[in-house]
Design a protein around this ligand. Structure first.
Ligand SMILES: [Zn+2]
Length: 195
């Protein structure tokens, strides 16, 4: 396999909701396309906010993507000679964190540039183990921030509100439906939900 200058590495783009992770991922992938490198992008099937089959940023940029369930699906779908593999919303993959990190390392060891984007913390401000594991083994980590809706400071946390109240600590980490809402908040404005 031809090894490109940027090959054989893992890049993690992380941060809270509304921090522009997908925009940054798509920006890098646009450069990959301009450089005429071969690219495969994946998105976990759990992320149903947008039509499956493409990465779409909040501002409408789009990259075609394959919908997958697990890291095994990704590793087996990458043909020899692929130069860049992208995974958006990596925290939604249905595999254990060590397996996901190992799969990404396998690809990087083969010379692939692996670019992943995902939430670093859940709504309880606890680390997403998948992203924490990947950050530890990555060559490059970029942590993006949003703007706190309360005070305008840089926000690093995703506040989950259910009927206007901070979601209880015991609520499921990934919830679908219901009268819930997410806001970007800074450390000071972030509210801990009571059970
Ligand atoms: Zn704030």
């Amino acid at each position: 396999m031809t090894r490109l200058p940027n090959g054989g590495r893992i890049e993690v783009i992380c941060g809270c909701m509304f921090s522009g992770k997908t925009e940054e991922l798509i920006r890098r992938l646009n450069h990959v396309q301009l450089a005429r490198q071969s690219l495969i992008a994946f998105t976990p099937r759990r992320d149903t906010r947008y039509r499956t089959g493409s990465l779409v940023s909040h501002n409408g940029l789009k990259i075609e993507a394959i919908t997958v369930a697990s890291i095994a699906d990704i590793v087996s779908a990458v043909p020899d000679g692929t130069q860049v593999v992208a995974i958006d919303e990596v925290q939604f993959l249905e595999s254990d964190p060590q397996a996901i990190a190992a799969g990404c390392q396998t690809l990087a060891d083969r010379g692939v540039r692996v670019v992943v984007a995902g939430l670093d913390q859940d709504f309880r401000a606890q680390p997403f183990a998948i992203v924490a594991e990947l950050m530890a083994v990555a060559e490059q980590v970029d942590k993006l921030f949003a703007i706190c809706v309360k005070c305008g400071s840089y926000a690093t946390r995703s506040q989950r509100l259910i009927n206007g109240q901070a979601a209880p600590h015991t609520a499921p980490v990934i919830a679908v439906g219901g009268l819930e809402l997410y806001e970007a908040r800074c450390r000071i404005c972030y509210e801990v939900g009571v059970a």
